[in-house]
Write a protein that binds this ligand. Structure first.
Ligand SMILES: Cc1ncc(COP(=O)(O)O)c(C=O)c1O
Length: 479
């Protein structure tokens, strides 16, 4: 929508059911518009409809629209140019946008934070850091550049794939600064500007941003209520022949689904047929919470064609910023070449720490999983009691519940909940194409007691909205 006139009917559709009962109507309208601009669903430079056009399209008073536009102008999200109406902008000091950068700049004191699906560090980290410091002097005598990663860490990661039945040599591993960096590097290596990349919808938004910022066009295949819709995925692959696909098949973020071995096999065949490079993000793979047996790694169904992304961010700690790529040997040089203009390797000390953690993973991870299972169950029980008409499937792993609300009020809930001390990311942020207004992702990474309190505030926020004019209007229409 850059530089384009946004018709009132289109904007009305994007706004959805924006009104809530928690304050003046103009403020709800301004907040929803701000969210759309800050989220990138309306890009800076788009010309909004005139106050009169929007007043008519929304069926509200002219004062509501005029006041909302004034508030956005005051906050730097709109500029008014003579002859060209109200044009969207991003303020020079951008207000922190939840879910995009894990809320930098927000004072989190007294707030319940559901924006970040990541846990604090596992207890074994301090020991691993101590051990790494002992090993460090050996490395201090070298320049410390390891564009492919420390050999010892690559050995350790390769062994973990071999233990899962996927023979892997250390030469196939490239250590990166986390999974997101790994995805960016793989996309850079395997695509050119304008190429299509298949993703799920909903999915991890920062990775979609990374794919788009590499100049690729995202083709998003909707997840079905029961997981992946294989016929739809196969048809999409046939029809669009994407150059690459980026999928999260282990406890998918945000839905928590785990792809079966049969579906992995079918998709691997479809990708091979259309010469699509599958980039499979296994960031959440270690977080199986009910002890179920996991299917073989996706790459074992096409070892010569699949690139795998891994990370310790969710299993050990995001602050380590260590992830990796596992690639077919034939692609390693190309990937290293693509990486060279981004960075020249991950930090040595953190790689040493991760080496130690991986060696001890069998004693560290059970506690991590047990803690998360407790939190998941506390959140689920709290929601069932306080918000019984919210629907979710209890995931067997991962970090979040993907909740379907009875009404499409996700973005309104973000605003109202924030005023009640609960930070959320709207479900629409997880959709590469917008929509999903009926959904909210709730990570279960806070302490069980904190989760219970947070759910009470969430329920209070939801009931404020459910009592509001927007929802009543929808109900009347249905009747
Ligand atoms: C599927 C997925 N990929 C990548 C990331 C980012 O991982 P990292 O912190 O290792 O960059 C996340 C974090 O939520 C994720 O869920």
């Amino acid at each position: 929508m850059t530089g384009q006139h946004l018709p009132a009917s289109t904007l009305s559709g994007l706004l959805g059911d924006w009104s809530d009962a928690s304050g003046p109507a103009y403020r709800s309208l301004a907040e929803r518009l701000r969210l759309l601009i800050a989220d990138g669903r309306i890009t800076p430079g788009a010309r909004l409809p005139s106050e009169r056009e929007l007043t008519e399209a929304l069926g509200v008073s002219r004062t509501t629209v005029a006041s909302a536009y004034r508030e956005l102008r005051d906050r730097g999200y709109l500029t008014s140019r003579r002859g060209s109406g109200s044009v969207t902008a991003l303020p020079s000091k951008v207000e922190p946008e939840l879910g995009r950068h894990h809320a930098p700049g927000i004072d989190m004191e007294g707030l319940y934070d559901f924006t970040c699906a990541a846990s604090p560090a596992v207890p074994g980290i301090s020991t691993a850091v101590g051990q790494a410091l002992e090993d460090l002097p050996l490395h201090l005598a070298t320049p410390g550049y390891h564009p492919q990663g420390l050999p010892a860490l690559r050995e350790e990661i390769a062994a973990s794939y071999a233990a899962r039945g996927l023979p892997t040599s250390a030469d196939q591993i490239i250590v990166t600064a986390g999974a997101l960096a790994a995805t960016s590097i793989a996309i850079r290596a395997m695509t050119q500007i304008g190429d299509r990349v298949l993703t799920e919808s909903p999915t991890h938004p920062n990775s979609v941003d990374a794919i788009r910022r590499s100049g690729c066009r995202v083709v998003a295949a909707p997840m079905s209520p029961g997981g992946w819709d294989l016929p739809l995925l196969e048809a999409t692959i046939r029809q669009t022949a994407p150059r690459a696909a980026w999928l999260v098949v282990d406890f998918q973020n945000p839905t928590g689904w785990l792809m079966s071995a049969t579906d992995r096999q079918r998709l691997a065949v479809a990708f091979a047929r259309s010469r699509t490079t599958a980039i499979i993000d296994e960031t959440l793979f270690e977080l199986s919470l009910d002890g179920q047996e996991l299917p073989p790694p996706f790459a074992s169904f096409d070892p010569a064609g699949v690139i795998t992304v891994g990370s310790v961010s969710k299993s050990f700690w995001g602050g380590l910023r260590i992830g990796w790529l596992r690639a077919p040997e034939s692609l390693v040089a190309r990937i290293l070449d693509a990486r060279a203009s981004l960075d020249l390797g991950a930090p040595v000390l953190e790689q040493l720490v991760v080496c130690g953690l991986l060696r001890n993973r069998s004693s560290i991870l059970p506690e991590r999983r047990a803690g998360l299972a407790l939190r998941r169950d506390a959140l689920a029980a709290g929601l069932r009691a306080a918000l019984p008409d919210w629907r979710f499937d209890l995931p067997g792993g991962g970090l979040s519940l993907w909740c379907e609300l009875p009404e499409p009020v996700g973005s309104s809930l973000v605003g109202v909940a924030q005023r009640n001390g609960v930070l959320l990311v709207a479900g629409s942020r997880f959709s590469p194409d917008g929509g999903l207004e009926k959904f909210i992702r709730l990570p279960y990474t806070l302490e069980p007691d904190t989760l219970r309190d947070a759910v009470q505030r969430l329920a209070h926020s939801y009931h404020q909205i459910a009592a509001g004019p927007g929802v009543r209007r929808t109900a009347a229409m249905i009747a």
